[in-house]
Design a protein around this ligand. Structure first.
Ligand SMILES: Nc1ncnc2c1ncn2[C@@H]1O[C@H](COP(=O)(O)OP(=O)(O)OP(=O)(O)O)[C@@H](O)[C@H]1O
Length: 292
C-alpha cells in the first residue's frame, strides 16, 4: 500500500543528519515510529504528507506515485488523501465543532459521514460548542473527527495524545483503534508511549539517527528485551479477561494479585493456574518501611 524510500539531509543539533528511510506498509496495517527525540520521525510523516520535500527518493500509495525525484513527481498535500492529527490541534476558534468539521469535509464526498463520525467519536452533544469551551481531550477528538471527514485512506498521528492525562489517553486510544478498524485505514503513528504502542500497533519501527534500526511486533521489540528488566517476579495466573483490544491478566504473586495488561498474542496458550514471569522496566519503584 505505502511504499516509501526517501533521503533528506536535515539540520540537526550536532550538524547535518542524513535521514534515510525505506519502509513498506500494508493496507490496513498500523505502524508506529518510535525512538528518541530528533531522529526524524516527524520529518518522515511530513514527507509522506507532502509538507516537506525529500532530497531524493520515491513515495507511492496504492501504486499511485506521490513523490518521485527522478520523474519530478510531487503531489500537493491536498491531493494525497491523508488525515493528519498532531498534538497542537488548530481548530478555528470562531466556529462551532460542527462548523469546523463542515469546513474540513471532503467536497462532494459522503454526505452522511459527518454524522457518522460525530456519533462514533461521541461528539454529538458538543457539536454546537466552540473550541474554547472544550477540554484538551475533547478538542483532540474534534481534531481526529476533522481528519476523518476528509475521507483519508492514510491516517498520520504525530503524538496526538501526549498532552492528555492517562485516563483521557486510554479513552482516546480506544477511539483511535475503533476508527482505524471501522474506516479500514492504514495508520502511521509517532509515539513514545510503549503501552499505547503495544495496544494499537501491528508493527513498530525503532528509529535512531535518521534510520530504522529495528522492526517487529511491539511484543517482540519491547518485551523480549525487557525480560532483563529491573523487576521480575513469578506468579500464578488467576484470571484472563478481555478488555477492549487487550486482555487483563490477574497474576497471584505471593499473597497479592497483580494486574497485567497483555496482548491477544501474549495470552494465547495462557490459562488460569499457569506459572508466569512478569517483568518490567518502565516504572520507578517506591520504597516503604514496614513496621513488623
Ligand atoms: N525543514 C527542515 N529542514 C532541515 N532540517 C529540519 C527540518 N525540519 C526539522 N529538521 C531537523 O530534523 C531533525 C529531526 O526532527 P524531527 O522533528 O523529524 O525529529 P523527531 O524524531 O520527530 O523528534 P521528536 O520526537 O522530538 O518530535 C531535527 O534536528 C530538526 O531540527
Amino acid at each position: 500500500m505505502i511504499s516509501l524510500d526517501i533521503h533528506k539531509s536535515l539540520r540537526a543539533e550536532g550538524g547535518v543528519m542524513d535521514l534515510r528511510v525505506n519502509i513498506y506498509i500494508e493496507k490496513g496495517e498500523w505502524v508506529t515510529l518510535y525512538g528518541p527525540s530528533g531522529v526524524g520521525k516527524t520529518s518522515t510523516l511530513r514527507m509522506l504528507a507532502g509538507l516537506m520535500k525529500p532530497d531524493e527518493g520515491s513515495i507511492s500509495v496504492s501504486d499511485t506515485p506521490w513523490f518521485d525525484s527522478a520523474k519530478r513527481v510531487n503531489l500537493k498535500p491536498g491531493l494525497r488523501n491523508i488525515g493528519y492529527v498532531f498534538q497542537d490541534f488548530a481548530l478555528f476558534p470562531n466556529m462551532t465543532v460542527r462548523q469546523n468539521l463542515e469546513y474540513a469535509r471532503k467536497k462532494g464526498g459522503n454526505g452522511n459521514l459527518l454524522n457518522v463520525v460525530l456519533e462514533m467519536i461521541e461528539l454529538g452533544e458538543l457539536q454546537d460548542q466552540k473550541p474554547a469551551s472544550l477540554s484538551g481531550g475533547q478538542k483532540q477528538r474534534v481534531a481526529l473527527a476533522r481528519a476523518l471527514v476528509q475521507e483519508p485512506k492514510v491516517l498520520l498521528l504525530d503524538e496526538p495524545l501526549s498532552a492528555l492525562d492517562p485516563a483521557m489517553r486510554m479513552k482516546l486510544q480506544e477511539y483511535l483503534g475503533k476508527v482505524h478498524r471501522e474506516f479500514e485505514l492504514t495508520t502511521l503513528l509517532v509515539s513514545h508511549d510503549i503501552s499505547e504502542i503495544s495496544r494499537l500497533s501491528d508493527t513498530v519501527l525503532v528509529m535512531e539517527k535518521g534510520r530504522v534500526v529495528k522492526k517487529g511486533k511491539p511484543s517482540e521489540v519491547f518485551f523480549k528485551q525487557q525480560l532483563s528488566g529491573k523487576f521480575k517476579f513469578t506468579g500464578k495466573v488467576i484470571s484472563i479477561e478481555k478488555a477492549d483490544l487487550m486482555y487483563v491478566v490477574h497474576v497471584l504473586v505471593q499473597e497479592q494479585a497483580v494486574r497485567v495488561i497483555a496482548t491477544a498474542e501474549e495470552v494465547t496458550d495462557l490459562k488460569p493456574g499457569d506459572q508466569v514471569m512478569v517483568a518490567s522496566k518502565a516504572f520507578n519503584p517506591l520504597l516503604y518501611k514496614l513496621d513488623i
